[in-house]
Write a protein that binds this ligand. Sequence first.
Ligand SMILES: NC(=O)c1ccc[n+]([C@@H]2O[C@H](COP(=O)([O-])OP(=O)(O)OC[C@H]3O[C@@H](n4cnc5c(N)ncnc54)[C@H](O)[C@@H]3O)[C@@H](O)[C@H]2O)c1
Ligand SMILES: [Zn+2]
Length: 366
Amino acid sequence: MTTMQPAPIRIPVAVPGAPYDVVVGAGVAGRLGEVVPVPPHARRAVVVTNPGVGARWGRAAREGLAGAGLEVGAVEVPDGETAKSPAVLGELWSRLAALPLGRDDLVVGLGGGVVTDLAGFAAATWHRGVAVAQVPTTLLGQVDAAVGGKTGINLPEGKNLVGAFHQPVAVVADTATLATLPPRELRSGLGEVAKYGFLADPGVLDLLEGDPAAAVAGDPDLLTDVVVRGVRVKAALVAADEREGGDRALLNYGHTFGHAIEAVTGYGTYRHGEAVALGMIAAARLGEALGVTEAGLADRTVALLAPLGLPTGGLTADPAALWAAMARDKKARGGVRFVLCRRPGAAFLSDPVDRAAVEAVLATLR
Ligand SMILES: NC(=O)c1ccc[n+]([C@@H]2O[C@H](COP(=O)([O-])OP(=O)(O)OC[C@H]3O[C@@H](n4cnc5c(N)ncnc54)[C@H](O)[C@@H]3O)[C@@H](O)[C@H]2O)c1
Ligand SMILES: [Zn+2]
């Protein structure tokens, strides 16, 4: 019973000491046993997922693992950002103890960034670190959250305050799973995809500009293409700078603004990729105002994002409150710096920027 699928594409992530592949293709989640390097003495795998994703894609994942001779368990965690909590992590640990999941066994995170962050952190801490294979099922997860080894949970005091770097043994990005994504999640993911075009690979922008309707409709070939390109960019930056001391920071294009917008609007108004869309417009306008960004990039950014159904204005948050959020962000050492774009494909980290220039740009997003 074989269906003809194009061969999956492998993108190596050359992290020193812990290299792994991101495997991208339609249907790869059903072949986990083949494409994941299962630890040699593993007896058991546990699939961590949530009810919605599990109902659609859990069986394919479990069968793929069973095919490798593993005993397969499953743990469901609640849907939504609140699952990245100490309480849910504690329950997850208890379920691993009950299985039991041994130190040679495998954790599989099947879901969006919430699940892969949580499952990754559980794996990082279980027996002081067991193998995790990430199977991201959102566009954001495939191009960003599941790749690079950052894992963690939230506290009431702040997002991602507790976490660990724990590289997966493989990331399996099954682009067929994107077909069941809610449309708004897909569009939000396209915002994150566009980021890679501005910071490193202008070809991504050409693809999105060439057929935005296909992107929004979830065209499988187009999505596979942009996932592969996005992952290549992230893989290169992560391999060069695993712990974010240097160029990995370029992945934050649009994110200093975006994180502030999410924080000030209370995380309920904008999906992450929507806040990043506004953030990329702000970054382009700021760069143009400072004379470091090629003229026209801000207009091009708006023209690219609007047909993807991403916000390009209408921000009601107060610029002063947004500035305050940026200034207290943990990354704001010695002034607020921004990743800016000279031209598509060429990004850099700015020197600290004056409050007045930043607030003037924010006012244009109303
Ligand atoms: N570790 C990192 O480097 C990193 C990077 C970026 C974001 N993140 C984290 O990722 C999280 C956001 O991830 P997200 O945007 O994927 O959100 P999410 O995990 O909440 O997924 C969005 C929604 O889509 C549903 N879903 C997922 N896959 C589906 C599918 N194939 N079909 C139908 N429904 C599906 C989920 O159940 C959820 O309701 C945040 O917690 C953020 O902090 C981590
Ligand atoms: Zn992001």
